[in-house]
Design a protein around this ligand. Structure first.
Ligand code: UDP
Length: 329
């Protein structure tokens, strides 16, 4: 298939591009490089452009005879979305609608959309099933949920076929450590911990130690980026016109902030000093998901179900690329 990966220079997008390419898909990346990295894109496959530019989107879709789109281009920081919601609604929601409308105009009828655990807010049941009512508690979650609704409406009205993948906490790097996570500024837990191990930060701040969890810190479901990439590959093959699929992509097992730090101490042999800080705005106490549906329907199963292997994978990338993609330029 000829696939346009929007946001394919970013963290999850680049790992998915690699997996799609490995199995023989003809892949093009559309990215404005605002947070993505040119070094993460296969040579000659980057179309530099912005989601706000409908003409550029239409050109990318038609000139490359695209059959399907994967959409990763979004801002993804919960605290930033609380501080700067306008940025999130403009890019995440309006950008996605521009993309869907360009697809309609170009006659491209299939899309896989990156959604998030944040659509669930504070769920009633853990692990969260897909039929848990979505009730976001931060602007990031609201932007993703808005697009989920738009996809369902476009499917009904315009026969669009779509898949929504609700990811939990993406982490880790490619198994050959050639691509990995590089955000600037970094806000995610595992890279921050590993920056402490590399001596680039003094300590890691633990946001909230009074949550109703076993050790008082937030619990998350950490899912390896290559497992996410595999889920995209598999779900693409199941998309049908006018229909939508929605899956959680998670391991079903949660780890607290303190457990992740403890694991990183073992993996890196660094003491990783901690300072305790108040809760961070927008953080639910526990997010762990059931991925039974995707396991049953697509035969997908996480290859990295434990935190130790995930932190090892992230550490291989960060220790060999201490300045991220900056090490290559
Ligand atoms: N976290 C933390 N210190 C940090 C970064 C994150 O304690 O420097 C916590 C955060 O409050 C959340 C968990 O680690 O409970 C995972 O946060 P992250 O930003 O990695 O992902 P999110 O769950 O927000 O998507």
């Amino acid at each position: 298939m000829r696939i346009l990966v929007v946001g394919g220079a970013g963290y999850i997008g680049s790992h998915t591009v690699r997996r799609l390419t490995q199995v023989g898909h003809d892949v093009w990346v559309f990215d404005n490089l605002s947070v993505g990295h040119i070094a993460a894109v296969p040579a000659g496959r980057l179309i530099e452009g912005d989601l706000a530019d409908s003409g550029a989107l239409l050109k990318a879709l038609t000139e490359n005879s695209i059959d399907a789109v994967m959409h990763f281009a979004a801002f993804t920081s919960v605290p930033e979305s609380v501080a700067e919601p306008a940025k999130y609604y403009r890019n995440n929601v309006i950008g996605a609608i521009n993309l869907l409308d360009a697809m309609r105009e170009a006659g491209v009828g299939k899309i896989v959309f990156s959604s998030t655990a944040a659509v669930y807010g504070v769920p009633d049941h853990i692990p969260v099933p897909e039929d848990s009512p979505p009730r976001p508690i931060n602007p990031y979650g609201f932007t993703k949920l808005a697009i989920e609704h738009a996809l369902a409406d476009y499917a009904r009205a315009y026969n669009l076929g779509f898949a929504v993948l609700r990811y939990f906490n993406a982490c880790g790097a490619s198994s050959d450590s050639s691509i990995g996570e590089d955000h600037s500024p970094e806000t995610h837990l595992i890279p921050i911990i590993l920056q402490v191990a590399l001596g680039q930060r003094e300590h890691v701040a633990v946001f909230g130690t009074d949550y109703p969890t076993a050790d008082g810190t937030c619990v998350r479901d950490y899912i390896h980026v290559e497992d996410l990439a595999e889920a995209h590959l598999r779900v693409l093959a199941r998309i049908e016109p006018g229909k939508g699929l929605t899956y959680n992509v998670a391991t079903g097992v949660g780890f607290s902030v303190r457990q992740v730090i403890e694991t990183a101490r073992r993996v890196t042999n660094h003491p990783i000093p901690v300072v305790e800080r108040p809760r961070r705005a927008g953080d639910p106490p526990v997010l762990v998901a059931s991925s039974q549906s995707i396991q049953r329907d697509l035969g997908w199963t996480p290859r990295y179900p434990g935190i130790e292997a995930i932190v090892q994978s992230a550490w291989r990338w960060h220790s060999t690329h201490p300045r991220g993609y900056g090490d290559r330029s």
